[in-house]
Write a protein that binds this ligand. Structure first.
Ligand SMILES: [Zn+2]
Length: 308
């Protein structure tokens, strides 16, 4: 996987719509995602369901799809007694699967982004929503470098078009990824943070500081926020735009709220409300809009419709 710097600048040209929730869509399709590997279980046991979700998003208008690898890591696999090669193979399989679905749409340019969740996602205890990890900075670097290395050392077309670091909770984790990815300055990557309010990432640092930090990395092709309520998005776009000139990307949740006590989603979502919101986000300076938890192809269709 490698790109020249010119390609870096043009990779996301014309890309305005990414996909929506993957794990939640798999759940809607009846897949079980509550095990320690979360959506990676489905990748192992029922890849056709993953392909069906990719296909549904592309049909809805997604110009970039994220692989089913958010929680794939050697650490997570080791916890359930699986060897590191199995994790590495799953990572590459998720890319191959997404790529094979894009080939069903030969007239369209559709990018494949390798979804790489934060360290907290591999702990599967919600730690990515506060970013307080019980590990050293070196552990964090090693965690990220293992996965980056597997993808970086895989030639095209088996490699993804870019790496998607998402739901990042802290400046520290962004720093760790910067160190982990440093040997591969030519690898395109996007960095998307999750936030505790309209100005700060989940761990508490100003979003603007995190955005300015990743904007300076040679790998960065876009900076964004995800897994946040839709009504925070305009303020977060302003923070991102003030901190950097990189393309801005937003993919919030559906608008339903997570009730931690009841361990359930509350409220409802109306996909038809997502289009007008996306219109506001584009007007506020976002280049790329998609959805995170509980958003569905119907939401993405709304985003796509306002562009065409
Ligand atoms: Zn989410």
């Amino acid at each position: 996987m490698s790109l020249h710097s010119d390609d870096h600048r043009t990779l996301l040209h014309g890309i305005h719509t990414i996909d929506g929730g993957l794990a939640s869509e798999l759940e809607y399709l009846g897949a079980r995602i509550d095990g320690p590997l979360w959506s990676a279980h489905v990748l192992e046991d029922d890849p056709d369901k993953v392909a069906a979700v990719h296909r549904a998003y592309i049909e809805a208008g997604s110009e970039c799809i994220a692989t089913c690898s958010y929680q794939v890591s050697r650490m997570g696999y080791a916890e359930i007694g699986l060897p590191p090669e199995r994790a590495d193979a799953a990572l590459l399989r998720s890319v191959a699967l997404a790529r094979s679905v894009t080939r069903e749409f030969p007239g369209r340019r559709i990018l494949v982004a390798a979804s790489l969740g934060p360290y907290g996602a591999a702990l599967h205890n919600g730690a990515e929503y506060h970013g307080n990890y019980d590990c050293s900075f070196a552990d964090l670097v090693a965690f990220h470098r293992e996965r980056i290395g597997v993808l970086a050392n895989t030639p095209a077309p088996q490699s993804p078009d870019l790496l998607a670091f998402e739901t990042l909770p802290s400046l520290d984790e962004a720093r760790a990824i910067a160190e982990a990815i440093a040997p591969w300055p030519e690898l395109p990557a996007w960095f998307s943070f999750t936030c505790r309010d309209q100005h700060h990432v989940a761990h508490g640092e100003p979003l603007s500081a995190c955005a300015a930090f990743v904007a300076a990395l040679p790998q960065t092709v876009a900076i964004g926020v995800n897994c946040i309520p839709p009504h925070w998005v305009p303020a977060l776009i302003a923070e991102l735009r003030a901190a950097s000139t990189k393309p801005v990307m937003v993919y919030p949740n559906s608008g339903e709220g997570w009730d931690a006590e009841a361990r359930a989603w509350i409220g409802s979502t109306d996909p038809s409300a997502f289009g007008p919101l996306a219109k506001q986000w584009f007007a506020a300076g976002a280049q790329i809009v998609g959805g995170c938890c509980r958003t569905r192809p119907a939401h993405i269709r709304q985003v796509s419709a306002i562009l065409h």
